[in-house]
Design a protein around this ligand. Structure first.
Ligand code: NAP
Length: 431
C-alpha cells in the first residue's frame, strides 16, 4: 500500500524532507510506503536540487489540499498566510497535517486543533520546536505521566549562536549579528529571532503540551538579546555565569498548578548548569517533573536535514496509524485540550535578577541600594563594586528570588537618588 502525501513548500525543510523520502534505504521500512503526489511552490522556474520529477510541482496549492487521493498534507511554507488557510482547508478535506510552522500553531492552535478533532485527523508538529530534537512526542507520550514543574529551553539557534560568539570573542551584539547574517545563521530581518518572538512561539507550544491546556501566545513575556552587552557577558563570567536566551514555562512555586509563568529573556545561567554548555546553533530543552526529575534533550534545532527528520517521523506516525486502521484518534497524539492555562502577570513573576548600576562614587551608595531593596522585600545575594568607568563606579547586584513587581518598585526608589547615574542593564538569573 502506498500513502499519498502532498507537500506545501520546497525550500530548506521541504527539500530536506523530499531527500529523505526519495532515499529510504536503511531507514524505517514504512518510509517506502510514502508517495509524494504533489508539491506546492511559489515559483516553477526556480532551480531545485531534488530529484523530484518537475511534473509534481504546482503553484496551485489548493489542488493539493483538496486532492481526494492525498491522505496527508505537509505544510512547510512558513508564515501565517496562506499557511493557516491551507491547513484548515486540508483538514476540512479530511487530510492529516504535518507542519513545521510554530508561528501558525502558536497563534491559531485552537482553531486548527478544534477543526482537526472534528474532522478526525491528526496535526503533528514535531518539527515546529527544536528542529531535529524529539520533544513534542516525548512531552505528549513518554513524559505525560509526570507532573511537570518546569520546561526550560534554548530553542532559538540564531540568538544562541550570537550569544556564543559574543561570549567567545568578547564582541558586541551588532558586529556578531552582521557576521551571522553574512553566514546565513541570521535572517536579513532578524526581528523574530533577536527579539525573542520565535522562542515565545515555541515555549507557548511546549507549555501547552507540558501543562495540559492551551496557551495564548500574547501571554508569553518576551524580551530579546539586543541589549545584552559585552560588558555584561564579561561581568557575568566573573560571577560564574554564562548569558543565554532562555524560554521558561513553569508552575508558580508553592501555588496551585494552574498559574503558569511564561517568559523568554536573556538569562545568567550558572556555568555548572547543563544548559550553560549548549553553544552555537545547538538547542536544548530541559524538562523537570515528578517523578522523572530532570531530563534534557539536546541537538540541532534547525537546518534542512534535522528538521526533515522530525517532519518524516510525524509522517511515519500517521502512516503507522493508518496502516492499523485506527477508527478513532489516538488520544496521546491528538490534541485533548479544552481550556486555556491561566498565566501569571509579569509583575508576579518570581526570579533572581542581575542589575548593573552606574553611580557617582559616593560613600553611602551601597547602603542606599541595600535600604531601597530592603524596603521592597528584595533580598540580595551579592553586591559588588566591579569597576570604575571615567568618574563613575559600577556596582553589580544579584538578588535572590524576588517578585518582579517588588523589584521594579525598589528600582524606582533607587533611581530617585542623585548618586545613581543610570541602570545600563537588568538581566534575570536562572535558579
Ligand atoms: N529552516 C529551518 O531550519 C527550519 C527549522 C524548523 C522549522 N522551520 C519551519 O519550517 C517552515 C519552512 O521553512 P523553510 O526554512 O524551509 O522556508 P523556505 O526555505 O523559505 O521555503 C519556503 C517554501 O515555501 C514556498 N512558499 C512560500 N510561500 C508560498 C506561497 N504563498 N505559495 C506557494 N509557495 C510558497 C516557497 O516556494 P519557492 O521555493 O517557489 O520560493 C518555498 O519552497 C517554516 O514554518 C519554518 O519556521 C524551518
Amino acid at each position: 500500500v502506498a500513502y499519498k502525501i502532498g507537500i506545501l513548500g520546497l525550500g530548506t525543510v521541504g527539500t530536506g524532507t523530499v531527500e529523505i523520502l526519495l532515499d529510504p534505504v536503511d531507514r524505517h521500512p514504512s518510509i517506502g510506503e510514502i508517495q509524494i503526489a504533489g508539491v506546492g511552490v511559489k515559483s516553477l522556474d526556480k532551480p531545485r536540487t531534488t530529484k523530484l520529477p518537475k511534473t509534481l510541482l504546482t503553484t496551485d496549492l489548493e489542488t493539493i489540499v483538496t486532492d481526494p487521493e492525498i491522505a496527508i498534507v505537509v505544510e512547510l511554507l512558513g508564515g501565517l498566510e496562506p499557511s493557516r488557510s491551507l491547513i484548515l482547508q486540508a483538514i476540512q478535506h479530511g487530510k492529516h497535517i504535518v507542519t513545521a510552522n510554530k508561528a501558525v500553531i502558536a497563534r491559531y492552535g485552537e482553531e486548527i486543533f478544534t477543526a482537526a478533532n472534528k474532522a478526525g485527523v491528526y496535526v503533528l508538529i514535531e518539527a515546529a520546536v527544536g528542529g531535529g530534537i524529539p520533544i513534542i512526542k516525548p512531552l505528549k507520550q513518554s513524559l505525560g505521566v509526570n507532573r511537570i514543574h518546569r520546561v526550560t529551553g534554548i530553542i532559538n539557534g540564531t540568538t544562541n549562536y550570537i550569544l556564543s560568539q559574543m561570549t567567545e570573542k568578547g564582541a558586541d551584539f551588532a558586529d556578531v549579528l552582521a557576521k551571522a547574517q553574512e553566514l546565513g545563521y541570521a535572517e536579513a530581518d532578524p526581528t523574530a529571532d533577536v527579539d525573542g518572538w520565535d522562542a515565545a512561539d515555541k515555549i507557548a507550544i511546549l507549555a501547552s503540551l507540558a501543562f495540559g491546556g492551551r496557551v495564548k501566545r500574547e501571554d508569553v513575556y518576551a524580551e530579546g538579546i539586543r541589549n545584552v552587552s559585552a560588558v555584561d557577558i564579561d561581568y557575568a563570567d566573573r560571577l560564574g555565569f554564562i548569558i543565554k536566551l532562555l524560554a521558561i514555562a513553569q508552575t508558580t512555586t508553592g501555588e496551585t498548578r494552574d498559574k503558569l509563568q511564561l517568559r523568554v529573556h536573556p538569562t545568567l545561567v550558572p556555568k555548572s548548569h547543563p544548559l550553560a554548555s549548549v553553544n552555537d546553533v545547538y538547542n536544548a530543552i530541559l524538562v523537570e517533573g515528578d517523578p522523572i526529575g530532570q531530563v534534557m534533550f539536546f541537538g540541532r534545532g534547525a537546518g534542512a536535514g534535522p528538521t526533515a527528520s522530525a517532519v518524516v517521523s510525524d509522517l511515519l506516525n500517521i502512516v503507522a496509524l493508518l496502516a492499523t486502521n485506527g477508527s478513532s484518534l489516538d488520544p496521546l497524539l491528538s490534541c485533548s485540550h479544552h481550556g486555556y492555562c491561566s498565566v501569571s502577570a509579569i509583575e508576579d513573576l518570581v526570579s533572581r535578577f542581575y542589575v548593573r548600576f552606574l553611580c557617582a562614587d559616593l560613600p553611602g551608595v551601597i547602603g542606599h541600594l541595600g535600604t531601597c531593596f530592603g524596603n521592597h522585600h528584595v533580598s540580595l545575594e551579592s553586591i559588588v563594586q566591579i569597576g570604575l568607568q571615567h568618574d563613575s563606579a559600577e556596582i553589580v547586584v544579584v538578588t535572590h528570588d524576588v517578585r518582579e513587581g517588588n523589584f521594579r518598585q525598589a528600582l524606582t526608589e533607587i533611581q530617585s537618588s542623585a548618586a545613581i547615574k543610570s541602570i545600563p542593564s537588568i538581566l534575570r538569573v536562572f535558579s
